[in-house]
Write a new protein. Structure first.
Length: 240
């Protein structure tokens, strides 16, 4: 039996997990027998990656990476271990309680850990007003674009699932329009980002602030990766 399967949207997120050895099937091998799939951004790509990990024998699935803050109390770099992953339409998946609690205890030795629900959105939520509306309407503390799809694959195969997400843009941060426009297609399109900044040069200040937030978030992702993240859940226990 393999270890856990980790889905990350971006290579920058995946690198915090440590050395990875590329396999012929497109997946990568990590420590503890874990497998990694770098999916690209969005639910459709995440689902394909999750199914690849299941097909390779993953014992459980982890959604790993960055998220946007909806709860104003969460700062950049805050680590979120959600109890549920939800959609704006009311679909919900519960994360594996025992596995989540073990991770929480390990991570909390290095960084504070927040609980609550994680919203998955088909598109980035970029404005302060839209983040406030999502927080009010769903009660979710953070938002990403992949976790619900990964949770659905885990549920379809009766595998335990957890999400480990770190806040990069807070509830009080506006995502620059140039970043929003460059985020399509599964990865950040740097030529499009540069073009967007050329059209709206004042957004450079928001981008600099976001870069600072990103550095804090990446440090927290690395801390979470070092906290026994790749150790598999207890064998044969759905809520492990």
């Amino acid at each position: 039996m393999n270890g856990v399967g980790v889905v990350a949207a971006l290579q920058s997120e995946a690198r915090t997990l440590g050395p990875a050895v590329r396999r012929r099937d497109g997946l990568s091998s990590l420590d503890e027998g874990a497998l990694l799939a770098v999916a690209g951004m969005g639910g459709a790509r995440a689902a394909i990656a999750a199914r690849s990990l299941v097909g390779a024998g993953a014992a459980g699935l982890i959604s790993f990476g960055l998220a946007g803050g909806l709860d104003p109390s969460l700062r950049a770099g805050s680590i979120v271990l959600p109890s549920e992953v939800i959609s704006g339409e009311g679909v919900r998946f519960v994360t594996a309680e025992g596995w989540r609690e073990r991770l929480r205890l390990n991570i909390a030795k290095q960084r504070p850990v927040a609980a609550g629900n994680l919203l998955t959105s088909p598109t980035p939520i970029g404005s302060i007003a839209d983040k406030a509306t999502a927080f009010r309407d769903t009660g979710a503390v953070a938002v990403d674009m992949e976790s619900l799809a990964i949770a659905a694959v885990a549920a379809a195969h009766s595998l335990p699932f957890v999400a480990v997400r770190v806040i990069v843009d807070t509830a009080m941060d506006v995502l620059p329009r140039a970043v929003m426009a460059a985020s399509g297609g599964g990865a950040l399109n740097f030529p499009r980002l540069v073009g967007g900044l050329a059209a709206a040069p004042l957004e450079i200040f928001a981008l600099i602030r976001l870069a600072q937030r990103h550095r804090a978030a990446m440090r927290s992702l690395a801390a979470a990766a070092r906290a026994g993240l790749l150790r598999p859940p207890a064998a044969g226990v759905r809520g492990a």
